[in-house]
Design a protein around this ligand. Structure first.
Ligand code: DP6
Length: 324
């Protein structure tokens, strides 16, 4: 039997950055994201007969790093749920991997749902989100569609940190225009970047203590479909996260010159009355949220621009799905 799963990537509006417990991947702060309908991972899983996990990642045998991360996840799943099988996995992203476009989010959400299905462990969506989190913190959010909040607890308890839907995909007709300024793999992964930040950035404690209010405001803005408010809190959380990382020692800078030019341009556009706001994850791509009716205008505005390699457009999407 082969199980085929599809999971969408998500983009954080209020950012996750920093872990309070790295082994269980417990986030230091809660976060809020939107699941995207056009950036996804498709994963096929069957039981391996070779006595080892076999992993094909984007059409090629997984390299050592990719294999290690995925097989660690599978080992922890086997241990927790008493599963003995090894798996044969073929996973493919329809967008650049490791470039700040949340490939680990859709990847581990698909994997969690896939191993649950093929092993018949029948765990709830909340448990699935906890399982996906162990692969990658942001993956917990990709289990759900629409607008999603990742909750954090305190201390070292794996069961307090999971995602929940705030509103379904059809709640608010927003889209994202992703300006890819470099499709290359980033030099510092999110995991390494956030760990280095937690260790050395002098702003880290303020980041944690100020995050609760961002979550409150973003949740309220989403529920009330208040675009200006969501714009304000999202750009605040984004720049706060990047400022925090830049203040690590040595400083971590995910942007290039084009990223900075685009930040200023989007701010000017909003001041001039265009409904747009930006967010940036651990990479140089600028992601612009706008009401869906405005997407073509925004895409055309940035097309044929020096420094932008590709433009990807996406609406808000659903949670993880077993497709076969
Ligand atoms: C900047 O989920 O990739 O995209 O838990 O170490 O796998 P790990 O990190 P990851 O970090 C995502 C960071 C971010 C912000 C966010 O998605 O909230």
């Amino acid at each position: 039997m082969t199980v085929k799963v599809k999971a969408n990537a998500n983009i954080a509006l209020v950012k996750y950055w920093g872990k309070r417990e790295p082994k269980l991947n417990l986030p230091a702060v809660g976060s809020i994201s939107a699941t995207l309908d056009n950036l996804n991972t498709e994963t096929e899983i069957s039981i391996a007969t070779s006595g080892n996990d076999e992993i094909i990642y984007n059409g090629k045998p997984a390299n050592e790093k990719e294999y290690g991360r995925i097989s660690n996840f599978l080992n922890s799943f086997r241990k927790e749920f008493g599963v003995k099988d090894f798996f044969s996995i073929n996973t493919i992203n329809n967008f650049p991997s490791g470039a700040g476009l949340a490939s680990s989010a859709s990847g581990f959400a698909a994997l969690a749902a896939g191993v649950n299905k093929i092993s018949n462990t029948r765990i709830s969506d909340r448990e699935l989100s906890i399982l996906a989190r162990k692969g990658s913190g942001s993956a917990a959010r990709s289990i759900f569609g629409g607008f999603v909040e990742m909750k954090t607890g305190e201390g070292v308890d794996s069961h307090t940190d999971y995602a929940e839907q705030i509103a379904p995909a059809n709640h608010w007709d927003l889209s994202v225009v992703i300006l890819v300024t470099s499709g290359k793999q980033k030099k510092i992964s999110s995991t390494d970047g956030m760990n280095a930040t937690a260790y050395s950035s002098p702003y880290y404690n303020s980041w944690i203590s100020s995050s609760k209010f961002d979550l409150y405001e973003a949740k309220k803005a989403i529920k009330q479909k208040d675009f200006e408010k969501l714009a304000d809190v999202t750009e605040f959380s984004t720049l706060k996260m990047h400022g925090l990382a830049m203040a690590a020692r040595p400083g971590i800078i995910y942007w290039n010159g084009t990223t900075l030019d685009l930040i200023n341009e989007v701010k000017d556009m909003r001041t001039a009355g265009s409904p747009v706001f930006f967010t940036i994850d651990a990479g140089p791509q600028l992601k612009i949220f706008t009401p869906s009716e405005n997407v073509t205008k925004i895409k055309d505005h940035f097309s044929d621009r020096n420094g932008i390699e590709t433009i990807i457009v996406s609406g808000i999407g659903d949670g993880v799905k077993i497709v076969e």
